[in-house]
Structures are given as C-alpha cells and as structure tokens.
Ligand binder design. Structure first.
Ligand code: PLP
Length: 421
C-alpha cells in the first residue's frame, strides 16, 4: 500500500466509511478465522463480519455448494419467484430449525439486510394491532433506516435521520437502572394506570443481548417477564435476533434459553452462513395479514444465499446439540481468559460479560476500548468496540474457531491491553 498519496478509498469513497479507519489496510483474502491483507499480513478475526460469518470466511462446505450452484447456472436473482434453491432452503429451515423446536413461524423474505427485516416486523405489528407506537429499550440497535433508527438508542446515529423519530416509547433495558427498579415496573405502571398518558403500543422490540449497545446481556427471567407483560397487555413481542441468532449465544435462536416464543423474530447476518445478504422476518401464522405485494423489494430472492444457508443448516444444525456443546466449550474458554484479564487489572477492567461466543470487556476509562482495538490490529487481531462511551471491547469470533485460535486471539488481546495501559 502506498502511504504517500491519498488512496482511491480516501479520494473517492465517501467520508461515511468507518471500519476501514480502525483497520487501515487493504484486505485481500480470508479463510476460516483469518484475514490477509495485500501485503501478506495475517489477522485473526474476532469480528466475523459483525456477526455475519458465524461459520468463518469462505467456509469450504458452503463454498462448494455455492460453486456447484453457480457452475450449473442456477438462478441468481429471483425476486420472490419460487425456485429450487428457495424450496431447498425453506425445507431445511422447517425440518432442521422450526419443527424440532416446535416453532410455528411463517417465513417472510423482507429484503436483503437486517434493517429490512426490522422494518417489516414493525409494519406488520402496527398493521395487526392497528396501533402506532412500539416499545424499545435503552442502548438498542436495530438498523439505520428510519423505522429501525426510531427504535434504536444511539444519539449520533439517530441524529443522522434529520427528522423526528416518532411513534416509539423508550424503556430501560435489563440492568440499565441497576437493581433499583424491579423488572418492567415502569412500563407496567404506564400501561395499567388510566391517565398515564401512554397510548397502548402495538409491540415491544428487544435484543436478548445488545450487541452494538455494549454487550448488555438480558437475564432469562427479565425476558420471560417481558413476554408475560406483552401477553397481559395485548402487545406483540418482537425479538431482534439479527446479531445474536444463528447460534451466536449457543442455541440457534438466542431466546430459546429463556423458554420464550416471540410473536415476531428478525434474522439476518449469519443466516446465509457465507456473508451473502439475506434476511428473514418470522411470525406466528395468525399474524400473516399481509396482502400480496404489500411489502415488496427487488432483492428478496438472493438464491446463492439460499444455497449457502441451506448448506449451513444441514452441516451445522442437523446435530444442533453438538453445535451448542462446542459453543459452550469455547464460551468457558473465553470466560476463563477474560476473567484472568479482569483479575490482573482491577482498576482498569471494570467487568466482562457475554453469552455463547459474544463477549464484552469493559474498561473504566473512556477511549480505552479504541486504543486496545487499534493496538490489537497492529499485532494481528481484529476486534471491534461497542457501546456509546468507547469503553467496551467486543469479541465475536466465528463459532467454528478452534480452541487454539481462540487462545491465540485472547493472548494477543491480553498483550494489547497491557501495551496500551
Ligand atoms: N438489528 C441488530 C440487532 C443488529 O445488530 C443490526 C446490525 O448490526 C441490525 C439490526 C441491522 O442490520 P443491517 O446492518 O444488516 O441492516
């Protein structure tokens, strides 16, 4: 890379670009849990495409299925036409994911990205209930289009909308007020007291673990109480599983552990398994009140993504318990190592928290997380920061990472923490 003249990225690409600023190199190849830049430097990837690469980069099984499909001129673009690739995906999803979990959901293809799935979920909830507002939580993140931004917390991102973000009711996420307030007391109070001024919302949208918001982990009992409140108060429960689904927290859906069954679920990121754009909005059959074509979009039939998605389900989820067990083992390895880091630096590291293979290491001082991430990059590890005050380092390795690779990455992280103290 020429470090003198501005690169084409700097001269032509918009200033809105962001990840490339923290990782100032030009990536060229990627395989499994490693990325390589054009100068031949190797990086261990604890970022996994922001959760889109749960099975690693260019996973060989998925790549084979994709190459075979392309080679035989399988349909690439299909709007919502019925194709053999879509049928194979739907059958796998039904047989491997929905039926064994006794989940009754219908499947909607809302558009290629996570925010498309969220927009469809919000529209559907409003249509079903005939009400406008949606309950969302502090530090939530649901995407960058206007409806999703309205239920997201980040002030900087919200300001980019340039218009009022309305029709939402903001509530404290689990732990936001410490343990001073019992679960959902305020929301229940607003809903049950005539004269509170709150019009009944159509739905509540929640992440079981807030990924962008700082790796905040909701307790299972908090989620169960939320579901009960939704039932009592005739509101739909939407779980946004875009980042925490597809096995990130252990089970295929992150809400399984809490024993809840949301009315609507959004899924994207790792559903294609290969980093190809794909999203799903799942909902209980009685909520399927859409008119044909009422929610539309050109890129709802990414058939190569259906091919890799079906291959991912068949390869990794036919034996779901084995996949979950592997994630549990990695989870324990991660927890042990982060625990040791926290013990070693009590005045520096405030806490560490996570579920499955999503973890956050929180520092006392603002700006510390970025410094650690930058140093980690210099010594060969890709990690992101999370939350608004730049105090949380986010660890999101592929679920297929080996124990040795995980150990290696954690060692680099430890060194980056020490080097920047
Ligand atoms: N919802 C959650 C929980 C997310 O983490 C994200 C992205 O990080 C989105 C929605 C938006 O997905 P996309 O960036 O594909 O629009």
């Amino acid at each position: 890379m020429d470090h003198g003249a501005p690169s084409i990225f700097e001269s032509l690409e918009s200033d809105v670009r962001s990840y490339c600023r923290g990782w100032p190199t030009v990536f060229d190849r990627a395989q499994g849990s490693r990325m390589y830049d054009e100068d031949g430097h190797e990086y261990l990837d604890f970022f996994a495409g922001a959760g889109s690469l749960n099975y690693g980069h260019n996973n060989p099984v998925l790549k084979r299925a994709l190459l075979d499909y392309i080679e035989r001129d399988g349909v690439t673009h299909g709007l919502d036409m019925s194709t053999t690739a879509k049928r194979a995906f739907l059958e796998s999803f039904q047989n491997i994911i929905l039926r064994p979990r006794e989940l009754p959901y219908k499947v909607m293809f809302p558009g290629p990205t996570g925010t498309n799935a969220v927009e469809a979920a919000l529209k559907l909830a409003r249509k079903v209930k005939g009400r406008e507002s949606i309950v969302s939580f502090t530090n939530a993140f649901h995407g960058m289009s206007l409806g999703s931004l309205a239920v997201s917390g980040n002030a900087f991102k919200r300001a980019s909308a340039g218009i009022p973000l309305a029709h939402t009711v903001l509530m404290p996420y689990d732990g936001y007020l410490g343990d001073r307030v019992s679960d959902h007391l305020f929301l229940e109070g607003l809903l049950t007291v005539a004269g509170s001024g709150l019009d009944r919302p159509a739905a509540v949208i929640v992440e079981t673990v807030q990924g962008e918001g700082g790796i905040n982990v909701a307790r299972a009992e908090w989620l169960r109480a939320l579901q009960e409140l939704c039932h009592r108060q005739d509101m739909l429960l939407i779980v946004d599983d875009i980042q925490m689904g597809c096995g990130r927290t252990g089970a295929f859906f992150s809400f399984e552990e809490a024993g809840i069954v949301p009315d609507i679920v959004t899924v994207s990121k790792s559903i294609s398994g290969y980093g190809l754009p794909m999203a799903l909005t799942l909902f209980k059959p009685e909520l399927d009140v859409w008119e044909p074509g009422e929610h539309n979009g050109t890129f709802r039939g990414n058939n190569p993504a259906f091919v890799t998605a079906a291959a991912a389900l068949e390869t990794y989820w036919t034996d779901g318990p084995a996949m979950e067990k592997q994630t549990r083992v990695r989870n324990e390895q991660m927890a042990r190592s982060l625990g040791a880091m926290a013990d070693e630096r009590p005045g520096d590291v405030v806490t560490y928290r996570g579920r499955g293979l999503v973890w956050g290491l929180e520092f006392r001082d603002e700006g510390r997380a970025s410094a650690v991430a930058r140093r980690a990059f210099d010594i060969g590890l890709l990690i992101e920061t999370s939350g608004t005050r730049d105090r949380v380092v986010k660890l999101l390795p592929a679920l297929t990472i080996t124990c040795d690779e995980l150990e290696e990455g954690l060692r680099i992280l430890g060194r980056a923490v020490r080097d920047t103290a």
